[in-house]
Design a protein around this ligand. Structure first.
Ligand code: FAS
Ligand code: PHB
Length: 391
């Protein structure tokens, strides 16, 4: 097999890159370890930034998003029982975000790739990268019992945090940074109409809580919990009781209860691999970085990476220039660190730190009061939340 760009991973990064490359007539093959059913079943991000929405529309992936996506003009933040709103359009010259589940984005992009050239090979096992320091790299894998070799000009490592691409870079060349948080998120998906139209982020003495949604019928909710939390100790009754407690704000708001369809624990870390390029291998998305979801940045950061990578690959294939390829790391990392900063800022602002000192907790309250109480503070949250420009 031969292609121009071998893409490892059919998550948002890999699928979006394939669609962007197609617009410029660049061929790609996506190798995905899991089945299509599994990929489509993963419940992850929920908020699309303004630039991500525009990018999806620009590649023709915005039709269902336009119909089913829920535009949001702001978020509420609660602390000490008081609810304050961040008005996005007023603070960012009209920008907003759109709530549209990551699995819906993935579904739309899989359909587009299948309709175009069908070059998404699901259940590609034992993927291995070869000769990434040469001008003729390749990828070997097993599929339907057959050993296959895919020759290519470039490899895009879009295979997430646990993928094979980052470890394919010589250890001595990897520049990595990591911060592990002393808490996790217990997330539920509930068959219950969202009790209000906008998201709520809540700082509470019991711990952080987030009210979000997926559709007019489905509510998405998160509770700060211990990283080693045992889900058996969280029966539905306890989950709902804790959510009501942590989201209380004296305005009569109360989440609607319903059948819990999913319950899972997501650990929290900040991670950056600054080596986003090695030879003909380019990393994008979670393969290169992880953010705590408090800033709703993970999926959107992946979109930013692949926009920059697409422009660099197209410049090479169409004009033979390597300038943008050589600048990929520096260009992508500028936005990566800006998103890391905001995600850390929101995480530090809103979570209860188990070993924090009383002084730190008072500073958190003072920070919440300032960043939600002053226009300057609200503006810094709004402009980061709706999304910084790509590239
Ligand atoms: P992904 O991990 O989505 O995709 C990588 C793909 O590569 C997967 O399909 C995987 O099966 C495949 N793969 C892995 N190894 C492979 C191999 N060896 N060979 C072939 N294929 C391989 N972000 C938010 O903004 N908000 C959230 O609420 C949020 N919640 C999250 C919850 C969880 C449990 C997780 C894990 C992440 C969450 N994220 C959230 C972050 C998430 O949305 C990521 O940022 C986003 O999926 C990044 O997309 P990709 O880089 O494409 O990586
Ligand atoms: C979600 O809806 O899954 C979601 C929303 C905002 C976040 C994180 C997750 O910051």
């Amino acid at each position: 097999m031969k292609t121009q760009v071998a893409i490892i991973g059919a998550g948002p990064a890999g699928l979006l890159l394939a669609q962007l490359l197609r617009q410029s007539g660049v061929e790609s093959v996506i190798l995905e370890a899991r089945s299509e059913e599994y990929v489509l079943s993963r419940i992850r991000a929920g908020v699309l930034e303004h630039p991500t929405v525009e990018l999806l529309h620009s590649i023709g992936a915005g039709e269902r998003l336009g119909r089913e996506g829920m535009p949001h003009d702001g978020v509420d933040m609660i602390f000490r029982g008081e609810k304050r709103r961040i008005d996005f359009p007023a603070l960012t010259g009209g920008k907003k975000v759109t709530v549209y589940g990551q699995q819906e984005v993935v579904k739309d992009l899989i359909e587009m790739k299948k309709d175009f050239d069908g070059q998404i090979l699901f259940e590609a096992r034992n993927v291995q990268l070869h000769d990434i320091e040469s001008d003729s790299p390749s990828v070997s894998f097993t599929r339907q019992g057959e050993e296959v070799v895919l020759s290519c000009d470039f490899i895009a490592g879009c295979d997430g945090f646990h993928g094979v691409s980052r470890p394919s870079i010589p250890a001595g060349r990897l520049r990595m940074f990591e911060k592990i948080y002393p808490f996790a998120w217990l997330g539920i998906l509930a068959e219950a109409p969202p009790a209000q139209d906008e998201l709520i982020y809540s700082y509470h003495e019991n711990g952080f809580a987030l009210f979000s949604m997926r559709s007019p019928e489905v509510t998405r909710l998160y509770l700060q919990c211990d990283p080693e939390e045992n889900l058996d100790e969280w029966p539905d009754e306890r989950v709902w009781s804790e959510l009501h407690t942590r989201l209380e704000s004296g305005d009569g708001f109360r989440v609607n209860e319903g059948k819990i369809l999913r319950k899972d624990v997501t650990p929290m870390r900040s991670f950056v691999c600054e080596t986003m390029r090695h030879g003909r291998l380019f990393l994008a998305g979670d393969a290169a970085h992880i953010v705590p979801p408090t800033g709703a940045k993970g999926l959107n950061l992946a979109a930013g990476d692949v926009k920059v990578l697409n422009d660099a690959l197209v410049a090479f294939f169409k004009g033979g220039s390597t300038a943008l390829l050589d600048a990929y790391e520096a260009t992508a990392l500028k936005r990566v660190w800006a998103a890391q900063r905001f995600s850390w800022f929101m995480t530090r602002l809103l979570h209860k730190f188990p070993d924090g000192e009383p002084f730190d907790a008072e500073i958190q309250i003072a920070d919440l009061d300032y960043f939600t109480g002053s226009e300057a503070g609200r503006k810094t949250i709004a402009e980061n939340y709706v999304g910084l420009p790509f590239g």
